[in-house]
Write a protein of this length. Structure first.
Length: 349
């Protein structure tokens, strides 16, 4: 590929490269993280708006929301890197917090308020024209409501010198008074074509051997999460000299399709003992119950012998069992309960 075009966003002129190369021993999600806003893939509206903000030196509070692995944190980091440029200025002007770990009102009152109230020092390098500090709150949807209310008051009182970049997966968990003070940027899940170019670049750069089928399968299992795809690709590179489809299925925790088919046929039989036995077998084999729920859902939807009303009942039951898993229920009991429900519905039709 020509050096005149960005590998991260094909067809867009490449942004200037950063001064310092990234260390080779970094995790690949960091090693290949874009450092310029213009390098971010597939989020054209977001890139255009952020570029305009940087060009006009007009920086509002921002709220980045969307599924995991779509570029939210990368975008926030790219903005401050392009805005401040100098590493010393970045260290002085940027505070990054993961709100899922530091989610209470105490952190807002102490660390965030303290940093927001600091005066902005002039930089000796003169590279930075912006006279603001930036506070990044990643996974802010995990913050308590009281912490979000306290944060709202700080955003009001310190808006002259401080900008907040709030990052979350679920915008519905951000209180309205906080969200209304930010310009909102929605990040879309990355389709296969947006991921394939990025992964091919990494494959070439790391001299990996991987079949096209395996690469497509890796993308399919990622659910639009590029970070997940890159992390799994690195895991595969450590375990296999040549990466095949079966290797991808194993590393992604996929239950073999043939095994799921046999299990589903047992659910449509007439012996409840086999259902319980198969449930125990799944747990013994170490398969993820979450993965089981996802794959059994696909089989239910594809089963033409089931009435729509029965599919709806089973999928509703799958949702209930998924919630029980999140609440800490026994995986064996969850799978057995679901399978017996499917068995009963099949028996009654």
């Amino acid at each position: 590929m020509s050096g005149n075009f960005s590998i991260f966003n094909p067809g867009r002129p490449a942004a200037p490269k950063s001064d310092k190369p990234k260390p080779a021993n970094l995790p690949w999600v960091e090693k290949y993280r874009p450092s310029q806003v213009q390098e971010i893939s597939y989020q054209e509206e977001v890139v255009a708006a952020l570029t305009k903000c940087l060009e006009g030196n007009d920086l509002p509070h921002m709220l980045f929301y969307g599924p995991p692995g779509t570029g939210k944190t990368t975008a926030a980091q790219a903005v401050y890197k392009q805005l401040f440029k100098d590493p010393d200025t970045i260290a002085d002007r940027v505070l990054e917090l993961n709100a899922s770990d530091e989610r209470g009102i105490g952190v807002v009152r102490d660390r965030i308020k303290g940093f927001a109230k600091q005066n902005v020092r002039s930089t000796a390098s003169k590279k930075c024209a912006a006279s603001v500090k930036i506070i990044i709150l990643d996974e802010a949807d995990a913050m308590t409501s009281s912490a979000q209310m306290a944060l709202r008051r700080i955003m009001e009182s310190e808006c002259r010198t401080t900008r907040f970049f709030i990052i979350c997966n679920y915008i519905s968990r951000i209180i309205a008074p906080l969200a209304s003070r930010c310009v909102k940027f929605r990040f879309k899940p990355l389709p296969a074509e947006a991921q394939i170019d990025r992964l091919k670049y990494i494959v070439e750069n790391e001299n990996l051997k991987i079949t096209s089928e395996a690469l497509n399968q890796l993308i399919s299992f990622s659910d639009g999460d590029l970070r997940k795809s890159i992390t799994r690709l690195q895991s595969l590179s450590l375990g296999f000299d040549s990466i095949e489809s079966q290797n991808v299925a194993d590393i992604c925790g996929q239950i073999p399709y043939e095994q799921m088919e046999k299990f589903y046929k047992a659910l449509k039989g007439n012996r409840v003992e086999i259902v319980e036995e198969k449930s125990r077998e799944f747990i013994r084999n170490g398969f993820s119950p979450k993965q089981f729920l996802e794959q059994i859902s696909e089989l239910i939807l594809k089963d033409d012998s089931l009435r729509s009303v029965d599919k709806a009942r089973i999928l509703g039951k799958i949702g209930e069992e998924d919630a029980r898993l999140l609440d800490g229920a026994s995986p064996l009991l969850v799978i057995t309960s679901l399978c017996l429900s499917i068995f009963n519905i099949n028996s009654s039709t």
